[in-house]
Each structure stands twice: as C-alpha cells, then as structure tokens.
Design a protein around this ligand. Sequence first.
Ligand SMILES: *[C@@H]1O[C@H](CO)[C@@H](O)[C@H](O)[C@H]1NC(C)=O
Ligand SMILES: *[C@@H]1O[C@H](CO)[C@@H](O)[C@H](O)[C@H]1NC(C)=O
Ligand SMILES: *[C@@H]1O[C@H](CO)[C@@H](O)[C@H](O)[C@H]1NC(C)=O
Ligand SMILES: *[C@@H]1O[C@H](CO)[C@@H](O)[C@H](O)[C@H]1NC(C)=O
Ligand SMILES: *[C@@H]1O[C@H](CO)[C@@H](O)[C@H](O)[C@H]1NC(C)=O
Ligand SMILES: *[C@@H]1O[C@H](CO)[C@@H](O)[C@H](O)[C@H]1NC(C)=O
Ligand SMILES: *[C@@H]1O[C@H](CO)[C@@H](O)[C@H](O)[C@H]1NC(C)=O
Ligand SMILES: *[C@@H]1O[C@H](CO)[C@@H](O)[C@H](O)[C@H]1NC(C)=O
Ligand SMILES: *[C@@H]1O[C@H](CO)[C@@H](O)[C@H](O)[C@H]1NC(C)=O
Ligand SMILES: *[C@@H]1O[C@H](CO)[C@@H](O)[C@H](O)[C@H]1NC(C)=O
Length: 543
Amino acid sequence: MSVNIHRTLLCLFGVVMFSLITESACPFGTFGTMCQFRCHCKEPLDCDKNTGNCESGCTGQWSGRNCQQENVSFNASTSHKVGTGSTKSWYGVDGNISTCAITTAGVNGWWMVKFDKPHTIHTIYLNAGTNTSLFDWQIKVGDDGNLFTMVICSEIESHGSSASVFCDRPQRGQYLSVLNRHGPVVICDLSVYICSKYSFGPGCERQCSCKEPNEQCDIQTGACSSGCQTGRQGVDCQIECLGSYGPGCSYSCGHCLNGTSCDSMSGFCPMNKCDPGWEGRTCHRECKVGFYGYKCYNRCGHCSDNLMCHHVNGSCPNGCQAGWNGKTCMEKCNTTHFGKDCLQPCGNCFDGSCDKETGECTSGCKPGLQGDRCDTECSPGRWGLRCGELCGHCRKKGCGLVNGSCNSGCASGWTGVKCLEECPRGLFGMNCTEMCGKCKGAVCNATDGRCLHGCMDGFTGENCTPLISAAPVFEEETTNTLQVFLGVSVTVVISVMVCLIFCLVSNWRREDISKYDRQLVVDDKDIRLEETRHLNCNGDLRS
Ligand SMILES: *[C@@H]1O[C@H](CO)[C@@H](O)[C@H](O)[C@H]1NC(C)=O
Ligand SMILES: *[C@@H]1O[C@H](CO)[C@@H](O)[C@H](O)[C@H]1NC(C)=O
Ligand SMILES: *[C@@H]1O[C@H](CO)[C@@H](O)[C@H](O)[C@H]1NC(C)=O
Ligand SMILES: *[C@@H]1O[C@H](CO)[C@@H](O)[C@H](O)[C@H]1NC(C)=O
Ligand SMILES: *[C@@H]1O[C@H](CO)[C@@H](O)[C@H](O)[C@H]1NC(C)=O
Ligand SMILES: *[C@@H]1O[C@H](CO)[C@@H](O)[C@H](O)[C@H]1NC(C)=O
Ligand SMILES: *[C@@H]1O[C@H](CO)[C@@H](O)[C@H](O)[C@H]1NC(C)=O
Ligand SMILES: *[C@@H]1O[C@H](CO)[C@@H](O)[C@H](O)[C@H]1NC(C)=O
Ligand SMILES: *[C@@H]1O[C@H](CO)[C@@H](O)[C@H](O)[C@H]1NC(C)=O
Ligand SMILES: *[C@@H]1O[C@H](CO)[C@@H](O)[C@H](O)[C@H]1NC(C)=O
C-alpha cells in the first residue's frame, strides 16, 4: 500500500519537475524555436523540445523523425470510374496492398480521394500493383471534384508500377485525382502526405524560418516569400548567419572571444565573452577609455603625454610617463634610472639612486659634484661633499674634486698636499725652497720673501739680503749689537774677498763649471746648494 503511494508521489513529483524544466523552453506538448509545433510522439514525454524527435515512434497517421508528416489519405472517402471489371475504390486507401482499386476495364480511368479538409500536398506515394505501368499517368489537385478544373500536380514519367510523386509546384485542395489516359487506373495503395504547419522538406523534418512568422514556407524548398528570419540565410533560411547576424545576416558579429560566431539573431557573443579589448553583449565596444584587456579589467599604466593605452594590449602610444617603464608602463624605474621610459641614468648621486621622475638626487651628491642631478663639477676653487670645501693655495686654480689635492702644485709660499700650510718658518717661494734673508725675527713673507719686520742690523733691502748673500739665519738673534756689528762686518769683508776670489777662479775655469755642477747635483744636496751659490757669486762662507 504505502509503497504504491510512495511510487505514485514520486512519479507525480517527476512529472511536475519535468514540466517545470521543459516549461523554460516550450509548453508541454510543443517544440520548435517558437514552440510552433505540436508533438506527435507515441509517448508524449519523448518529444525533444528543440527538434520534436520521437524515440517511441509517432501517433496516429503521423510519420517522419519528428512526426510532423501526416498521412491524410488513410480511411478518406474515395470514388472512381465504375464499370465492368472495377473493384471498390476504397481498396486504394485501406492500407492492404493486396486489395487494389481498379476502374472499368478497357477504357481510360480515373480515381479520386477526398480529404476531410483542403491540404497542401507534400508527397504522394502510389503503388499500382506489379502488372501496371504508371507511365503517362496524371495526378491532379483541386477544391472540388471536377476533373476538368483540377490543376495538374504531376505527370508521371517513369515506367515502374510504384512511385513517390511531388507536385511540380505546391498544390492545395481537398480533392486529389489519379488519371490514366491509356487504360484503367489500378491503385493497390495510395498515400498522400502533408506537412504540419511551419514544417517542410523530406519527411517534413525541417522548420520554416521565414521573416514573417505566420508564413508557411514552401513545403518542398523551405523558401519564404517574406525573406528569412533574422539571423538566417540560404534558400531555405536554414543556414544560421556565421560571423554575422540580424535580418539577411547583414550585420557583422563583434569581437567575440577567440573568433567565435555571435548569436545569429541578437548578435550577442557566446556567454557574453569578448576578445580582450572589447566589451558589450555584442562585443562591438572598445574598452572604456583608460582600460584594456580581457573584460576590460585592466587599468592603463602611466602613459606619457596623458594619452590612454591601447584597448587590447595596454601599450602606450608614446611610451611611458617619466618614472615608469614596461610594456604597459606599470613598472617603476629601478633605482639607477629615471625619466620617460626610465631611459636616463641617474647622475652621480650620493647613494646612486635618484628621483624616478625628475632624476634629482635625493640623497645628495658624491663629493666634488653639485646640481640637482649631480652632473656638474664643483665650481672652480671648491671641492668635497656638497662642494663645501675651499681649495688651498694651488698653483693653478682648482683642486682635486674629491680630495682637494693640488695637482698642479702649490702657489708660492704654500706647501702640503692641499697647499694649506705656509712654508716652514724661514723658507719661502715656490716649493718653499728659498730661504728668508736676514729678517728681524727671522720671519719673511712666504710668498715673496720680504721681511715683515725689517732687517737685522746690517742688512738692507726688502729681503734683507746682504750685498753678497741672503743666507738664512737659523740661530737666535743675539742682543749684543756690537757683537752683531762685528760679526757682520767680518762676514761682509770675508764674503767680499771670497766672492772676488771665486769669481776670478770661476772666470778662469768657466768651461768646466757646468759639468762639475751637474755632477755635484747628483752626488749631494748640500753640495748642490754650495755649487749654486758659486754660480751666483753668492757663496755662503759658513757652509
Ligand atoms: C475509417 O472510417 C470509418 C468511417 O468512415 C470509421 O468507422 C473507422 O473507424 C475509420 N478507421 C480508422 C482506422 O480510422
Ligand atoms: C497511409 O494511408 C494509406 C491509405 O491511404 C495506407 O495505405 C498507408 O499504410 C498509410 N501509411 C502509413 C504510414 O500509415
Ligand atoms: C488484405 O486483404 C487480403 C485479401 O482480402 C486479406 O486476405 C488479408 O487478410 C488482408 N490483410 C490485412 C492485414 O487486413
Ligand atoms: C499479373 O499478371 C499475371 C499474368 O500476366 C497474373 O498471373 C497475375 O495474377 C496478375 N497480378 C495482378 C495483381 O493482377
Ligand atoms: C582561446 O584560444 C586560445 C588559443 O587558440 C586558447 O589557448 C584559449 O584557451 C582559448 N580561450 C577560450 C576561452 O576558449
Ligand atoms: C599592441 O597593439 C598595437 C596595435 O595592434 C600594436 O601596434 C602594438 O605593437 C602592440 N603592443 C605590444 C606590446 O604588443
Ligand atoms: C635599470 O633599468 C634600466 C632601463 O630602464 C636598465 O638598462 C638597467 O639594466 C636596469 N638596472 C638594473 C639593476 O636592473
Ligand atoms: C686625489 O685625487 C686624485 C684624483 O682626483 C688622485 O690622482 C690623487 O692621487 C689623490 N691624492 C691623494 C693624496 O689621495
Ligand atoms: C716644485 O716642485 C715640483 C715637483 O716637486 C717641480 O716640478 C717644480 O719644478 C718645482 N718648482 C720650483 C720652482 O722649484
Ligand atoms: C706676502 O706678499 C704677498 C704679495 O707679495 C701679499 O699679498 C701678502 O699679503 C703678504 N703677506 C703678509 C703676511 O704680509
């Protein structure tokens, strides 16, 4: 009991579910693109909702794969020429091949069938038994049973005893007649098939696709006088637009993903998927300005000149804005480069990295350089970090930018790598090689050797050189002026004498001196000094 109830409930549930599911396509018992067809399956649930195909076979007099071809002659009323040798006219439509309708023997015959209502004839299947040729027989169709006014559907030209016949042009009428101009008509079986409304073709298996939805297309060719339905083309309007859509397939599909074809009627792309760079249901629209790529998901990068990127691949027409590079200008410059497309190398920044847009060295410059990008040397006379150091007293203006060293040597009176130290006390001149004269306080101007506080007693001139000598005085000056006077006098006298002697000697051996001089230079510094003085006639007695 309960099992049966369960089964019934389950079955009901199944039916409800099924109808719910199929409802979304076509109402139960119908099918087709516009649900314009009735199902004629033996099992109603069999009916394919798109094609109407039945696996269980067709009901009643319906046939064909989707049961849209109807046998309208079966059991219809018949008549024929009655006379000697004639049989029952309905033997032609009784479905029994061994009973034949035969007209009066020996004379031209006719046979006629009347349908329940007018039909457009699709196919006539005729079997006249094994002993009769159908050659030159006629089939006519008309709205009444008048043999003379009925219109010829077809004239049979084959010699066989059976034939499938199509009207030369579609014919509509309630009566169909068969005539033989050479003898009696014999019909063992005759079937007349029509197509259900809006179907056509062999077996009535195709669906009309006319622009005018109520037009019945040509049941043989499918041609429509109103033209094809939107999205279809071809004589029979069965070819879906490919790569195009709309009435007459006259609109091109948009950029559907991977070149797929759009819906032939609406132009919509399958699953609304467009190729990169396109959007909209028909994929006709480029991405909104500033976006690109698949589904226009990606924002443009940093294009130069405020331009927007290519809507498909995101590339910037004029390259990237300062500070950016990469195919889509989404990558920042690395630390060592800056500017449009990151093509410019940073200047001599302190830590090597610069502002990605301007190239400005945010960390300051390496020593010896200045400017926003640190590409300018310190102005002459300056060096070091931020050009904050002043060059020393170099011989030529400017010094080593990094270490401040005077590569040209020092100016007169200065010494040291950077020429920041004055000559040692008592020395002056270039390279501090000259000795001060007999200055008071033993100090002379390091540059030009002039005595700053006048001369020691007994010496005159700016450099306080004696008449014959400018020997430096290293010992402390004594306070006893007499002593000094005596010492100076003696020194002067002796110096004059020595000078005279030497001058005489040197004159005497002038040719040899230069040679002797060079030799001495190589041997010993002290001797060199002495020798120089000889040449100047300024020899120092004390050396
Ligand atoms: C044929 O027609 C007769 C009446 O004309 C009817 O009684 C009979 O049921 C029909 N047969 C079929 C199979 O339709
Ligand atoms: C169609 O009807 C004819 C009688 O007109 C009959 O002989 C034939 O078998 C029928 N065909 C089908 C497929 O039912
Ligand atoms: C067809 O007709 C013949 C002759 O009348 C008969 O013997 C036979 O049983 C019929 N067949 C059918 C299927 O009715
Ligand atoms: C056909 O003709 C042969 C002899 O000519 C005859 O025996 C046979 O019965 C005929 N068949 C029919 C259906 O008339
Ligand atoms: C599109 O085509 C490419 C190659 O032809 C393939 O790799 C890709 O998976 C396709 N995309 C889709 C969504 O079918
Ligand atoms: C992007 O597409 C444009 C136009 O088709 C083309 O000119 C450009 O070379 C492409 N850029 C890249 C990086 O593929
Ligand atoms: C930095 O980028 C430039 C181009 O913009 C490139 O030539 C250079 O090799 C890159 N340097 C490093 C370290 O990646
Ligand atoms: C100072 O730098 C220069 C190069 O600019 C170099 O030739 C010189 O040897 C350096 N001097 C010192 C003392 O480091
Ligand atoms: C100073 O010294 C440099 C190198 O030490 C030398 O080239 C130059 O000739 C010297 N100048 C003088 C006036 O001695
Ligand atoms: C040394 O002499 C130079 C020029 O000969 C002069 O410019 C400088 O001021 C002098 N120095 C001193 C300390 O007098």
